[in-house]
Design a protein around this ligand. Structure first.
Ligand code: XMP
Length: 524
């Protein structure tokens, strides 16, 4: 659920976990930066990303290596993000990637300028060097650059080239500074993970062994430190991110955590009861159920415009949540913000892709002293792995995403209880059949939509003029893009038969076969 306007990370604010060894990625704004941290964690070493100009002391604990990312700027342009040479001489090895390599060249006196632009796959020929240990030659790498290093700085030697890029990698062994023009984090760089592994183990001397399970203990300590002797309140939607955050917080401070579940009346069939039962009984959380369905439906009466509906739902949600939170007297607010929420919102030096409601910091008039966001450095699949590691049942960990505005954006046009109830029944049939077919983990999201169109049909020899229901089932990795799921025809027919037979006032079912883009996943 989106806690619009309530919550988030302050730009540039970084909370570090206590780790014995870690890599830090300095962010210069490249779109794939998050993948670097991800790959390194997958290789068994803890890694975090920070703005390129973050104070060294804020991240130096346990530091064994620094990575400088790519970015959209040219080092020669005015205002380009820069670092002093001293920032790269901290006694730990440094690896610059793309812009990061060009920055190193420029800082130490090499020349950077327009070379031959290279986008996409290139063949790299590398020398025998620890950074390229185990590499086949040539090796496919992924390039994306206009500028290139044109001459080496003093003390550096060339390590690799492609046909368009004579200086595709370099090293200064004495100062332990390295650079690669290509993107090892991209999956199209066939041996990219090997290069990162060579850097972190061969050059930085990492011991490794970091696992997702380790993170749970570190996060619990961190939450305890943040909340101190105080109390914490959390908005719980039933989704995986807020649940994992709440279970971690519960392990940290026990009943000093109060969860608030705002039921806006736009939930799926039996969802409010299931959420309450599951969180209260199975997970043992202290949870307050606020039935605000009348309030929401009242505020939405007569409203058909999708954006207006979203705004009203967001506004009412914040009001109800604040009213309830105030009753608890809690000083801190727990958020299930995850890393893509932050990066897509253009925090740091990345371009804004899409603003997420839950990013941007506490409003100035907030009653809360502090935000607690234990998951803000993780990706969705890492949150799921963490959820499983701390014993949250798979049924919840693998729940499909459900939007904050709920069925309010799946009943097209004005909402009524009758329409919502009809949709709830159709949606329950769809979910049941997809689970029975064993496709509930394979398909990213699957739901029914009530488009508000009536068509003519025939039932029991009589004419009907009732609703059409649309099925939406989509595969995706991150919800940024998606393809319609190719559900078996026999399954679609079974779902259609059940909906038209079991749900009063439905005579026709259609299947949405559009990709995102140009469609979006939700219809509104
Ligand atoms: P779209 O429709 O933009 O959806 O392709 C992308 C993903 O985001 C979910 N979604 C939302 N989630 N609050 C949420 O918490 C919202 O307002 C919201 N709108 C869309 C959608 O279900 C899909 O997973």
């Amino acid at each position: 659920m989106h806690n619009a306007g309530l919550c988030g990370i302050a730009i540039g604010e970084v909370i570090f976990l206590n780790t014995n060894e870690k890599l830090v990625v300095l962010d210069f704004g490249g779109q794939f930066n998050q993948l670097i941290t991800r790959r390194i964690r997958d290789l068994g070493v803890y890694c975090e990303i920070v703005p390129y100009d973050a104070a060294f002391e804020s991240y130096s604990d346990g530091l064994i290596g620094l990575i400088l990312t790519g970015g959209p700027a040219s080092v020669n342009q005015d205002g380009a993000p820069k670092l002093e040479a001293g920032s790269l001489l901290r006694g730990v090895p440094v690896l610059g990637i793309c812009y990061g390599m060009q920055l190193i060249a420029s800082v130490f006196g090499g020349a950077v300028g327009k070379g031959e632009a290279e986008f996409g796959k290139a063949e790299l020929t590398a020398q025998n060097h620890p950074l390229f240990k185990g590499f086949s030659s040539p090796s496919d790498v992924w390039m994306s650059h206009n500028d290139g290093v044109l001459s080496l700085p003093e003390g550096f030697s060339a390590l690799a080239s492609t046909s368009a890029c004579p200086l595709a990698a370099f090293a200064d062994e004495a100062r332990r500074i390295y650079g690669v023009q290509f993107h090892p984090e991209a999956s199209h760089s066939a041996q990219g993970s090997l290069l990162l592994s060579n850097f972190i183990y061969g050059i930085c001397g990492a011991k490794g062994g970091w696992k997702m399970e380790n993170l749970a203990g570190q996060m619990i300590d961190e939450i305890r430190a943040q909340v101190g002797g105080g109390t914490l309140v959390a908005g719980l939607s039933g989704g995986v991110d807020s649940s994992v955050a709440a279970v971690l917080a519960h392990k940290a401070i026990g009943d000093r955590l109060t969860c608030i579940f705002v039921d806006h009346g736009l939930m799926r069939l039996n969802e409010p009861q299931e959420v309450m039962e599951f969180y209260g009984n199975t997970l043992g959380l202290k949870i307050i159920h606020v039935d605000a369905s009348e309030r929401f439906l009242g505020a939405l009466k007569g409203v058909a415009d999708p954006e207006q509906k979203r705004k009203i739902i967001g506004r009412e949600f914040v009001r109800v949540f604040e009213e309830e939170a105030a009753k608890t007297g809690a000083e801190c607010l727990l958020q299930g913000t995850i890393y893509p929420d932050i990066i897509e919102s253009g925090v740091g030096n990345a371009a804004v892709i899409k603003s997420h409601h839950n990013v941007g910091g506490l409003p100035e008039d907030s009653k809360f002293r502090e935000l607690v966001e234990p998951l803000k450095m993780l990706f969705k699949d890492e949150v799921r792995a963490l959820g499983e590691a701390i014993g949250i049942p798979s049924k919840l960990v693998w729940r499909q995403p459900f939007p904050g505005p709920g069925l309010g954006i799946r009943v097209i046009g004005e909402l009524t209880i009758e329409k919502l109830d009809k949709l709830r029944l159709c949606d329950a049939i769809l979910r049941e059949e997809i689970a029975l077919a064993g496709l509930d983990r394979e398909v990213w999201q699957y739901f029914a939509v009530l488009p508000g169109i009536r068509t003519v049909g025939v039932k029991g020899d009589a004419r009907t003029y009732v609703d059409v229901v649309a099925i939406r089932a989509i595969t995706s990795v991150d919800a940024m893009s998606g393809e319609p799921a190719e559900l078996p025809y026999s399954l679609l027919k079974k779902i259609s038969n059940r909906m038209t037979n079991e749900v009063e006032g439905v005579s026709r079912v259609v299947y949405d076969i559009s990709s995102k883009p140009p469609a979006t996943i939700e219809w509104e």
